[in-house]
Design a protein around this ligand. Structure first.
Ligand code: FAD
Ligand code: NA7
Length: 437
């Protein structure tokens, strides 16, 4: 959606843009934010893309992801809270592009099957229109891969887990915590998914949650029924045996063990191979395949920033495709990539981590006409957010921040997050009307 918007914005300023075709395997746009009740396979027997769950709310302040060319004020017409539920964020990203004609550029319900370098130039792209099962192969000069990297789960095995009698699922298949009420839940992993699924389970009445960490505990001040234990060594029936010698019985196991960058439609040599990191190697400016001209990737980084970072990337990729930005020689590209990798490897603090991504985005925006915004102010919001979570993991979503785009102060949601069970857009937006100052 960022890439489409980037091209549309150049066209609106009179640029001659190429034909743009977007293949989207779902019948709606919005990627992860396009929630589905399905797990496993979709209606066309394709792997389900979205990993989001019914009661997911933004896990970071919306002030950190706001588009620089389309503010929350512009979309909602009044201040809203800082942590909207997913339906409200979908509405925001949809609002920027809906009604602008961009849907005509998208072939919905169409999955890309293969992308093959053409012997002379460009790529041959084979796609399948899923409802009709009709396949077509077309030539494109440039290919932008924007398929996300939180859809194909990383699912490690644990000795004896096959004897566990209750539900065992990866976070990708988690759709809601209702069934965890009164249950003793084991969540393996110690990152965003573990944290949020654990507190969702608590919110919806789980009797207890044990988080099991491999490297580091998350270290929040958890309520009494939530605890962090070291890694599980093995299971025997419903009993888990932990590294520190403790044992405990559970009713459900959730593997919040992360995702894999997975590009089944690319030939082996074109696939991006990386862990979930701030600067995947072999991407010039974090977007252009180092060894394959005209192949680009968006959003492949580990993410503090999201929507506005995708914009910064999309605008630069657009300008690379339009030849407004000349991609330099191989040695220059390698030096630039290496400089970022060296800096990433030297990161020691959370502040340095966030500042790294802010500086990366600044570097991109300075190369295009995407509106520059106060990235330093956003870094401070991220650090405040970290602090708020540390202070109270159950109330951080009730905090409010000021937009760096419009200076509008968010307003508290009518219901504290822990009590808010109806997170539909209608319920969320049913607050008293407060006009934007
Ligand atoms: P995606 O949103 O994953 O979109 C990729 C698109 O590519 C999908 O529409 C998919 O159908 C399509 N596609 C994939 N393969 C093919 C194919 N072969 N052919 C055609 N189409 C294909 N970010 C935040 O800012 N705040 C949050 O609170 C937040 N919470 C998150 C919670 C969860 C559980 C997850 C998984 C992610 C969360 N994120 C959050 C990060 C989220 O991934 C980004 O906000 C954003 O969705 C990434 O956008 P994307 O376009 O890169 O990828
Ligand atoms: P992340 O952030 O990639 O984290 C994956 C977690 O899984 C991390 O704590 C890992 O531990 C842990 N992990 C991975 N493999 C194992 C094994 N074998 N055993 C135990 N623990 C393991 O993924 P998330 O799903 O939390 O977050 C991804 C996005 O989804 C994020 O942007 C959110 O907004 C939603 P480690 O610390 O590496 O030892």
């Amino acid at each position: 959606m960022a890439q489409l918007r980037g091209f549309a914005s150049a066209a609106a300023q009179g640029a001659d843009i190429p034909e743009v075709v977007c293949f989207e395997k779902q019948s709606q746009w919005g990627g992860q934010w396009n929630f589905t009740w399905r797990t496993g396979m979709d209606e066309h027997s394709e792997p389900v893309h979205s990993s989001m769950y019914r009661h997911l709310w933004s896990n970071g302040p919306k002030e950190c992801l706001e588009f620089a060319d389309y503010s929350f004020d512009e979309h909602f017409g009044r201040p809203i809270s800082s942590y909207p539920p997913r339906a409200v964020l979908w509405d925001y990203i949809n609002g920027r592009v809906e009604g602008t004609g961009l849907r005509d550029w998208v072939r919905f319900s169409t999955a890309v099957r293969t992308v093959t370098p053409h012997p002379i130039s460009g790529f041959l792209v084979t796609s399948e229109h899923l409802p009709s099962q009709s396949e077509s192969t077309e030539h494109f000069d440039d290919v932008v891969v924007a398929t996300g990297h939180f859809s194909f789960p990383h699912v490690p095995a644990f000795e004896g887990i096959e004897s566990f009698p209750g539900p065992v699922m990866h976070a990708h298949d988690f759709r809601g915590a209702e069934e965890l009420a009164d249950k003793d839940v084991l969540v393996i992993g110690s990152s965003y998914s573990a944290e949020d699924i654990g507190i969702q389970a608590h919110k919806l009445g789980a009797a207890s949650v044990v988080f099991s960490y491999r490297t580091e505990p998350m270290g929040f001040g958890w309520p009494a029924s939530l605890e962090e234990w070291p890694l599980v060594r093995r299971f025997q029936g419903r009993t888990a045996y932990f590294r520190d010698g403790r044992t405990r019985g559970f009713d459900a196991v959730i593997l919040a063990t992360g995702y894999r960058h997975h590009f089944p439609f690319l030939p082996q040599e074109l696939r991006l191979r990386t862990a979930n990191t701030l600067y995947p190697d072999r991407l010039y400016k974090g977007v252009a395949a180092e060894e394959t001209p005209h192949l680009y990737f968006l959003g492949m980084q580990d993410q503090w920033f999201t929507f506005n970072m995708f914009d910064a990337q999309a605008w630069l990729v657009r300008d690379m495709i339009l030849d407004r930005f000349a991609i330099p020689a191989a040695e220059v590209r390698r030096r630039d990539i290496q400089r970022w990798l060296n800096r990433m490897h030297a990161i020691e603090t959370v502040r340095e981590d966030v500042e790294f991504q802010a500086d990366y985005i600044r570097d991109l925006i300075e190369l295009t006409d995407y509106p520059m915004f106060d990235l330093d102010a956003v870094v401070e919001i991220f650090l405040e957010w970290k602090h708020d979570k540390q202070a109270d993991i159950l109330t951080y979503r009730d905090r409010c921040y000021r937009s760096v785009m419009t200076q509008t102060e968010a307003v508290p949601h009518h219901t504290p997050w822990i009590e808010a069970l109806d997170d539909s857009s209608a319920a969320y937006l049913s607050t008293a009307e407060v006009p934007v100052a």
